[in-house]
Design a protein around this ligand. Structure first.
Ligand code: IPE
Ligand code: IPE
Ligand code: MG
Length: 234
């Protein structure tokens, strides 16, 4: 195993297992989501402190609207209150917050809280948090295509680079994807940006995924040989 620790520039996390975490403890799913969000704050600080510059967080998929009205509405309220409450923290940490996803179907209060948070942090330069909320990877590709057509771009001009600029955010490729809870699937998360990412699937439920677990993810990431289609370099 290679001992040198490599730091991924762009980390993406599928925040999963809040519900099962709560169930095991005899708690409600809502309590699980609360615990997940509490953990997200400390974990994000830690990830940036390691040198990662971009953190994409899957917190609500377009498909999550299939859940009960109560759960969806609890999550929407949680987003509004956390986004408002965390403005100060993101500014102290010099982290810029952006959002990826559709506005369609989101309550107006969520859209407003997203706009306030992104606006209040837009000049920060220490790192970027990309909240993927009401996000779907196929929807992102469809939406980018629509914008390209609207802009009357000639087909000869369409390159991978140009296409990337039409995505919700142009943050570049993900280096390391982590999905907690033991599930090993993407569930429609960042298909374009994950093309060459390294995948890591710990069994831990998200509320229990702590600093030491991220250290382990970094160790695993560092041991991978990223070849990008080239030849083996070790
Ligand atoms: C992830 O936890 C949070 C969201 C999808 C918002 P889950 O709610 O999916 O938790 P499990 O998978 O049911 O345990
Ligand atoms: C994916 O998790 C979406 C988020 C974590 C926000 P899900 O829990 O919704 O995914 P599936 O249903 O297990 O694929
Ligand atoms: Mg889940």
């Amino acid at each position: 195993m290679n001992n040198e620790l490599k730091i991924p520039n762009h980390v993406a996390i599928i925040v999963d297992g809040n519900g099962r975490w709560a169930k095991e403890k005899g708690m409600t799913r809502s309590e699980g989501h609360l615990a997940g969000f509490e953990n997200l704050r400390d974990l994000s600080d830690y990830i940036f402190s390691k040198g990662t510059k971009i953190l994409s967080l899957y917190v609500f998929s377009t498909e999550n609207f299939k859940r009960s009205k109560e759960e969806v509405s609890f999550l929407m309220n949680l987003f509004v209150s956390k986004f408002k409450a965390e403005i100060k923290h993101f500014n102290e940490k010099n982290v810029k917050v952006v959002f990826s996803g559709r506005h369609e179907n989101l309550p107006a209060a969520v859209i407003k809280a997203e706009e306030e948070l992104s606006d209040a942090t837009k000049n920060n330069t220490g790192g970027v948090v990309n909240f993927c909320l009401n996000y779907g990877g196929r929807a992102e590709i469809v939406d980018a295509t629509k914008k390209i057509i609207k802009d009357n771009i000639d087909s000869d001009e369409i390159t991978e680079e140009l296409f990337s600029k039409y995505l919700y955010q142009d943050l570049g490729d993900v280096d390391l994807l982590i999905r907690t809870s033991g599930e090993e699937r993407l569930s429609n998360f960042l298909p374009w940006q994950l093309s060459y990412a390294e995948f890591y699937f710990p069994d831990t439920y998200f509320p229990d995924f702590k600093e030491k677990d991220f250290d382990k993810a970094l160790e695993v990431y560092s041991s991978r040989d990223r070849r990008f289609g080239g030849i083996k370099n070790k």
